[in-house]
Design a protein around this ligand. Structure first.
Ligand code: HEM
Length: 143
């Protein structure tokens, strides 16, 4: 089988995807510029590491672990409560880019994921711009 026919799941394997999800949230937890994204999440990230790995396993062409457990692959509903504009989307993608880099993803895999990762993150985006709190001059003036 040539590389171009392999799915990301075949390249990474279940273990590789779990590692990617762990590193992704560790980066979100420590990268200073990801602070606003980290603040949207619960204090305990371990459950999210498991959920993201389950989701990505199916999304990358492996067994549908998330769908089997939660009966859906819709990501709009679990994100609906959060303000996700272009800035939040881009921070999420930044953490994913860094996680791919840190886990030694091949150029082939990075290229394969680039457009679909953007598309799914942009599909989860539910606002056109920054939150009103961030643009409210009163809040900015109050520091
Ligand atoms: C676009 C930017 C995104 C932001 C700002 C964001 C933010 C969040 C937040 C705040 C939660 C809830 C976390 C908690 O309960 O502590 C969440 C849940 C989740 N996110 Fe995202 N997310 C984004 C994109 C994505 C993408 C692209 C994926 C998958 C490829 C994804 C997969 C998940 C999963 C699987 C959950 C758990 C859903 C559940 O409760 O079952 N997220 N996300």
């Amino acid at each position: 089988m040539s590389n171009s026919e392999r799915t990301p799941y075949q390249i990474l394997g279940g273990e590789g995807i779990r590692h990617l999800a762990n590193v992704f949230y560790d980066i979100m937890d420590t990268l200073p510029e990801a602070g606003p994204l980290r603040a949207m999440h619960a204090a305990e990230l371990q459950p999210m590491k498991i959920k993201l790995a389950e989701y990505l396993t199916g999304w990358m062409g492996g067994p549908p672990l998330y769908a089997n457990k939660y009966d859906t692959v819709c990501m709009t509903t679990p994100h609906a409560a959060y303000h996700i504009g272009p800035a939040e989307r881009d921070l999420w993608l930044l953490c994913m880019d860094k996680a791919l880099e840190q886990t030694g993803a091949s150029e082939e895999l990075v290229a394969m994921l680039k457009v679909p990762m953007f598309r799914i993150a942009d599909a989860i985006r539910n606002k056109a711009g920054p939150s009103s709190a961030a643009t409210n001059p009163n809040i900015i003036a109050a520091g």
